[in-house]
Write a protein that binds this ligand. Structure first.
Ligand code: NAD
Length: 353
């Protein structure tokens, strides 16, 4: 059995990018720019695409993964359509190549578990492309999030003709599911969801509400049939509120001032003052309001750097295969709930007729 191939300390990590469509060509560009990596080739079943990207980056190209191409390769990004992830990634893993598999890890939970097992068996690094973990907006907020009580996630996107083979839950909501699971770290106690198809053959709209055993609740709203893009997350903790806007690349945190004591506030008097002064100056007596400093680092760069480090050191990646499986598990439960609520809706409509 081929075990994981890792670079010698003096050697660059030799990488392939498999699938150089919309996102894969960005992976190839970033690897080409990163110190410590050598982009060995780009691979795409569409030879014209791989040739165009390869010519631009001045690297070899291929339309298939051959044993000769895999010789000496340490790592690869799998950026092919989701239904092909298991097959493409398994071919690489079985040759001892560590993989960064784009999100969602696979189309089904069974496939995700299978890929995790193959990766463990061969001892390779398996990272999943939950890129929001490397988003500077999220990274700026992380140090302040303690024991979240309520989280609201909006991910609204104009329609794209790509990725319609997967529902909006696996396509968009899964980004928020992964972030929330990482913030909450508690088993799911209850889950409810509704959703519908609009333009594609899979769900284009979905709303879900998850309650965790530790008492935190998260609400997810995802759509890919909007005119404008909106990606926001609001996180309420016992003494702070953090509001993140991924599109505007901003983050704001409001926290109770030290020594705040609800018992000592004369709310009646404050309500009278509010009439003449407005709420804001009164509000700031009790709360700190700060804009979070957001770095301009490209999330993909951070993600690929973390992958290269995990490949080189054999340490656990930031986003593991287990995280990928957990996110798909929750997404699958949301999809099951959506199906149940759709069936109940059709039943009721039929009964009314
Ligand atoms: N992390 C993110 O934010 C994010 C964003 C967009 C897409 N994605 C994921 O990335 C993956 C690709 O999405 P995309 O939008 O780039 O799709 P795309 O259709 O633009 O590109 C996919 C490419 O893979 C090629 N391909 C198909 N089967 C192949 C195979 N067996 N071997 C080699 N090449 C093959 C296609 O010819 C195409 O060029 C999907 O899983 C998607 O969910 C993730």
């Amino acid at each position: 059995m081929q075990r994981a191939r890792r670079p010698a300390p003096s050697e660059p990590v030799k990488v392939l990018v498999v699938g150089v469509g919309h996102l894969g060509k960005q992976h190839a560009r970033v690897y080409r720019e990163l110190d410590g990596a050598r982009l060995v080739a780009v691979v795409d079943t569409d030879l014209e695409k791989s040739k165009a990207v390869a010519t631009n980056l001045d690297v070899p190209f291929s339309h298939e993964l051959t044993p000769a191409l895999l010789e000496g390769v340490h790592a690869a990004s799998v950026v092919t359509p989701t239904p092909t992830h298991l097959q493409v990634a398994s071919t690489l893993v079985e040759a001892g190549v560590s993989v960064l598999v784009e999100k969602p890890m696979t189309s089904t939970l069974a496939e995700a578990r299978e890929l995790l097992d193959v990766a463990r068996e061969h001892g390779v690094t398996l990272q999943v492309g939950h890129i929001e973990r490397f988003n500077p907006v999220v990274l700026a907020a992380l140090p302040y999030i303690q024991d979240p009580v309520f989280i609201e996630c909006d991910r609204i996107h104009p329609f794209s003709f790509r990725s319609v083979e997967t529902s909006v839950v696996l396509d968009l909501m899964i980004h928020d599911i992964d972030i929330v699971l990482n913030l909450v770290s508690s088993p799911v106690a209850n889950l409810d969801a509704v959703g519908t198809r609009v333009l594609s053959g899979t769900e284009d709209l979905a709303n879900a509400r998850i309650t965790f055993e530790n008492g935190c609740t998260a609400v997810f709203k995802s759509s890919r049939v909007a005119i404008q893009k909106s990606r926001k997350m609001r996180i309420f903790c016992p003494s702070s509120y953090t509001s993140l806007d991924y599109v505007a690349k901003t983050g704001m945190r409001i926290s109770l001032k030290e020594g705040y004591d609800r018992e000592k506030i004369d709310f009646k008097r404050m309500a009278t003052l509010e009439e003449s002064q407005g709420a804001y100056p009164l509000f700031t007596q009790y709360f700190n309001i700060e804009q979070l400093p957001i770095s301009s680092e490209e999330p993909l760069r951070g993600e690929l750097q973390a992958f290269l480090l995990a490949v080189r050191t054999a340490q656990e990646p930031v986003v593991t295969g287990e995280h990928g499986v957990q996110a798909i598990d929750i997404a699958t439960r949301i999809l099951d709930q959506i199906q149940q609520s759709q069936e109940a809706f059709l039943r009721r409509r039929h009964e009314r007729r």
